[in-house]
Design a protein around this ligand. Sequence first.
Ligand SMILES: NC(=O)c1ccc[n+]([C@@H]2O[C@H](COP(=O)([O-])OP(=O)(O)OC[C@H]3O[C@@H](n4cnc5c(N)ncnc54)[C@H](OP(=O)(O)O)[C@@H]3O)[C@@H](O)[C@H]2O)c1
Length: 355
Amino acid sequence: MTTAKIPGAGPAGRILVVGGHGAVGTVVVRALDAWFPGRVLPAGRDEARARRTGGVRVDVGDPDGFRRLLDRGGVALVVLCVEPRDATVARLCLERGVGLVDVGATARLLDGVTALGETAGRAGAPAVLSVGVAPGLTNLLARRVHEAVGGADRVDLTLLLGAGERHGADALRWTVEGLATPVPGRPARVGLPDHGTRTAHPFPFSDQYTLPGTLGVPDVTTRLCLDSRPLNAALFALRRGGRARPAARPGVRRLLRDVMGRVHVGGDAFAVRADAWRGERHAGLVLGGRAQSRVTGLVAAHVARAVLDGAVPAGVRHIEEVAALTGLPDRLAAEGAVSLRTVTSGAPRPAGSAR
Ligand SMILES: NC(=O)c1ccc[n+]([C@@H]2O[C@H](COP(=O)([O-])OP(=O)(O)OC[C@H]3O[C@@H](n4cnc5c(N)ncnc54)[C@H](OP(=O)(O)O)[C@@H]3O)[C@@H](O)[C@H]2O)c1
C-alpha cells in the first residue's frame, strides 16, 4: 500500500470545502483554516457569500462547472459537506488525483464512490467515506466493540439526536427523507447514560449497510431516537400504516422539514451507543457530546488533516478502514469535544421482547 502525500498537496494545494457555509461546513472551514492557513476555499452556490468568505461559487448539481473549477488546478483536497445526487463529483476529483473527504450518509451514494476505488488508486488519490457522527463515529465505535468481543456476530448502533439543535437544511432534508425509507428491523429500548432508557427506531444510516463489508459482521442495525420523548413518539408514528403512512407523502415531509427547521424542542446533546455480541459475549461503548453538526465538522476536519499529512493511502476507504483514524474518538475526547465510556448494561432489546 502506498502512503504518499497527495498530488498538489504541497504548500499551495488548496482545500475546497463544498457546503462550506453550512452547519457542518463552517466548522470544517474554521478548523482547517487554523491548521492550514491560507489554503481553505469555502464553496457553495451563493456567489455573494462565497465572495465575502474568500471562497468560490460551486454547484455540485453542475458537473461541467465543477470540472472547470478543478481543471484550473491547485486543488489538493475536496471536503464534501453536501450530498450530490450521484458519484460524478467524486469521480471528477479522484480521476484528477484530488483527494476526497465525504460526510454523506446515504449508502447508495457511498457505494457509487466506493466503486471508484481503482480510479483513485491509479491516480494516487485518497478518499475517505463515512465521515461524521453517523456514519463516522458510529463506524469507529463499531470497530472497537467488534474487536473487543473477538469478532462480533451482531452489532447494534444507536444515535440520540438533540431536537433543540439547529440542524442544517441539508441534514434535515436527509433525516426527513429517511423517515419515508422502509428499513427492516424493530424498535428497541436502549439505555443511554444521561438520557435514560429510550425507544430507538431503525433508520437508514449508511453505516449498517457498509459495516458488514468492512468488518465482516453479518448483522448490523442502526437506530435513531430524539432527546424529546414526545417528539420522538410523534415523529415515528408518521411511519406507521404501510403504504398509506403519512411519512410517505411528499407534502407531509415538506411540512415536517419546515417545522423542524423552525421549532427547536429539547437540547443539543447527542449520544452514540455501539453494542457488539459474539454469542453471550458483549461489549458496549457510549460517546456523548453537544451539537452533532459541530462534531461532524470536527471529525471531517481531522480526517482532512490526516489525508493532507499523507496518513491515508490512495484508494477509497470507509473511516474504520484507515489505521491512522481508529484513535479519533479518543482524540476528540482528549480535546473535550466528546465523552467516551464503556457500558455493560442497557443494551438494545427489541421492543416488546423480554430478553
Ligand atoms: N455523517 C454525519 O454524521 C453527518 C452529520 C450531519 C450532516 N451530514 C451531512 O452533511 C451535509 C451538510 O449538512 P449541514 O447540516 O451542514 O447542511 P446545511 O447547513 O444545509 O449546509 C449545506 C451547505 O451546502 C450548500 N449547498 C447546498 N446545495 C449545494 C449544491 N448543489 N452545490 C454546492 N453547495 C450546495 C449550501 O450553501 P448554498 O445554499 O450557498 O449552496 C449549504 O451551505 C448533509 O448532506 C448531511 O446529510 C452528515
